[in-house]
Ligand binder design. Sequence first.
Ligand SMILES: [Fe+2]
Length: 276
Amino acid sequence: MTLDIDRQLLASLMIMGSVVEARDAYTGGHMWRVGQYSRMLAEEIGLDREGVFRAAIGGFLHDLGKIGIPDVILNGRHRLSQLQTAVMHTHPGIGRTVLAEHPLAPLALEAVAHHHERPDGTGYPDGLAGDAIPLVARIVGVCDAFDAMTSTRSYRSAMSTERACSILEDGRGSQFDAALVDSFLAMGQAGKLLPIIGHGHHGHRLASCPRCGPVIATHGKADGALHVCRACGDEYRLHRKDGGFELEATGRQGGAEQMRPEPDMAPIQELLRLMS
Ligand SMILES: [Fe+2]
């Protein structure tokens, strides 16, 4: 493969991914962060330009298959039941199916289909082990797990970076590729992860709804703007603070228009720039 890719086709692929995030009130910026971590990790281990590009796209699109997971499971406020977990585990396979007919499917298919495989062979969907798991999927697997742990989810709040790093270390060689964990932790030691952790985009620190927890996606909002939590409907006034926003509750509930997701095209434009 060369990087001589049709930009419009690539944009259409990325937009497919951004539809997933529009559905999920909790993942605000997850795709962007996993794309960033994956690009950085690919650079850290010395992959060539094409490998870095594939990691960035694979990281961004990895959860494409969540488009087929019911809302009640995706946004549930409790730990998932056994059946719900089994349904959730179908998302890599759904992603593979959704992507299959896209002309640029080979760019992202490995990451989409295999980011939940584990080196010890107990992952899903195919139970691949060790080097049988494509490298890009092993990269995205480490980065996805780190971001999931350091982000607030519907059933728990974000974990500290230190705790997430020690869990990566514990899963070194069994849940996660050992060499990639080492490289990822080295990036952490060097402070390279800090501009990404807890951010929805470059220089854009995320805020969480003080009442119910999910991320308040505030990209492009001005100081003093009103914003509504898409999970509980509470309305807030945004005040700029430390590269992010402080939320002041207005005591009102938002209307339907205010609860609309706002597509963020900046990560897509950034990936397109990586090509050129
Ligand atoms: Fe996933």
